[in-house]
Design a protein around this ligand. Structure first.
Ligand code: DU
Ligand code: SF4
Length: 227
């Protein structure tokens, strides 16, 4: 099967029964603060496709759709606090057309950046099982393979780091690179994997990941990409 064929099959994927159940159950218990948005734009409750510039030099890899974030809106990092932080940062660097990402039809465009994730269906408590990550790996592989100008991959958190190493076509470097905020790992083919703490509320509200620290990471990604 070709990479584009794999990508086309994403929306109908039901391989992980636990996640199919969870992603759909979220639509039946929408928190009050999202009800107006859901009435207007619907509730996605399906696998979330990658989003961004097909000519990207930078791929950002997240963990998974959030239950009432991307699982609700159908676009990566759209409609939750993680996305507020990430898209504001991308906008500061001129990599996004706007600093907010509320719903799928808001006209947001990315420039030189492509966003995907280790897992495409929301997992309970943001905790995927190893078998679910393995089942979803072909979609990540196909997304990365679609980017002919890719220079740098930014992994948000340890699960994304592991997913990229497992998915990378040239194989994993030996010894296996360990995750660490700000660490850089050279992959086969000359692409550089950069690690950052995830942009989740858990990290950004506690100050573990500040906007300034994330800007430092993005600036380094641009430098490594020669942009
Ligand atoms: O805290 P939160 O904004 O509800 O995000 C939950 C969780 O999911 C966090 O680890 C970020 C991650 N996530 C993601 O990987 N991709 C998205 O599109 C949205 C959230
Ligand atoms: Fe399919 Fe990935 Fe969703 Fe599992 S997580 S059902 S492999 S799209």
């Amino acid at each position: 099967e070709t990479s584009s064929g794999i990508r086309e099959n994403l929306l109908s994927c039901r391989k992980c029964s636990r996640l199919v159940g969870f992603r759909e159950s979220c639509a039946l218990r929408v928190p009050p603060r999202f009800r107006e948005e859901v009435a207007r734009h619907g509730f996605w409750a399906r696998p979330v496709p990658a989003f961004g510039d097909p000519n990207a030099f930078l791929a950002i890899v997240g963990l998974a759709p959030a239950a009432f974030g991307a699982n609700r809106t159908g676009r990566m990092f759209t409609g939750d606090r993680s996305g507020d932080f990430l898209y504001a940062a991308l906008h500061r660097f001129g990599l996004a057309s706007q600093g907010e990402s509320r719903h799928r039809e808001d006209g947001l465009a990315l420039f030189g950046v492509f966003i995907t994730a280790a897992l495409r269906c929301a997992p309970p408590k943001n905790r995927p099982l190893p078998a679910e990550l393995a089942a979803c790996r072909p979609f990540l592989q196909a997304d990365l393979a679609s980017l002919s100008r890719l220079r740098v991959i930014l992994a948000l958190g340890g699960i994304a780091h592991e997913a990229v190493l497992a998915a990378w076509p040239g194989g994993c470097p030996r010894p296996k690179p360990k995750f660490g905020h700000g660490r850089e790992h050279l992959l086969a083919g000359g692409v550089v994997l950069v690690d950052s703490y995830h942009v989740s509320q858990q990290n950004t509200f506690t100050g573990r990941l500040t906007a300034a620290a994330f800007d430092t990471i993005l600036a380094r990604c641009l430098q490594l990409a020669g942009e």
